[in-house]
Design a protein around this ligand. Structure first.
Ligand code: SAM
Length: 166
């Protein structure tokens, strides 16, 4: 949260994808930010903790080539930590095409000067992304910091400008 700058930034609208227990959003709420989580409703522990912490959640499943739900606002920051929605550790792990769709869709939910901050999980081979996916993220304008894939304001280039070979 500190590395994101959320501790000193003006009031921001933050959407956290796969928000889990909601502790990241809880701290942001205490700091005065307007928060929303998105998650599955599979685990009672996450349901109960988000209720306890009073974290508003949209229940939805992020899927390849499917848009995110409609929201009633744009977001200044969209985050996702320890990402699993990319079919992490499976033979359906997202590649450039799936990420391209997701990024274009997510870009439509960002306010002007909005940021997208993604943190990937390690795959079985210990990597966070294949060389092909790394090149794709860079081509899309991401700043890569190991497991972090960060799109700073204005860097999420629309897919028409940065096509990937499909
Ligand atoms: C490893 S947990 C990380 C939770 C939280 N972001 C954190 O850092 O503690 C992954 C989260 O992603 C959610 N998740 C997994 N697959 C998802 C999907 N397809 N769509 C939405 N959320 C998903 C899980 O329910 C869980 O809350």
């Amino acid at each position: 949260m500190r590395e994101l700058g959320a501790d000193y930034s003006p009031r921001s609208r933050i959407l956290d994808l796969g928000c889990g227990a909601g502790y990241f959003l809880y701290i942001n709420k205490l700091l005065g930010h307007e928060i929303l989580g998105l998650d599955l409703d599979d685990l009672p522990m996450f349901r109960e903790l988000t209720e306890l912490l009073q974290i508003p959640r949209t229940i939805a499943r992020i899927e390849a080539f499917q848009p995110l739900p409609k929201f009633d606002r744009k977001f200044d920051i969209i985050t996702a930590y320890l990402i699993c929605f990319n079919n992490h550790k499976s033979d359906k792990l997202w590649g450039p095409a799936e990420w391209d769709y997701f990024l274009s869709d997510a870009a439509g939910h960002l306010a002007r000067n909005g940021r997208l901050w993604l943190e990937l999980n390690r795959e079985y081979d210990g990597s966070y992304y294949t060389p092909e996916l790394k090149a794709f993220f860079e081509q899309r304008g991401a700043e890569l910091q190991s497991f972090r894939v960060i799109f700073n304001p204005g860097t999420l280039v629309p897919s028409e400008v940065a096509p990937v070979g499909r």
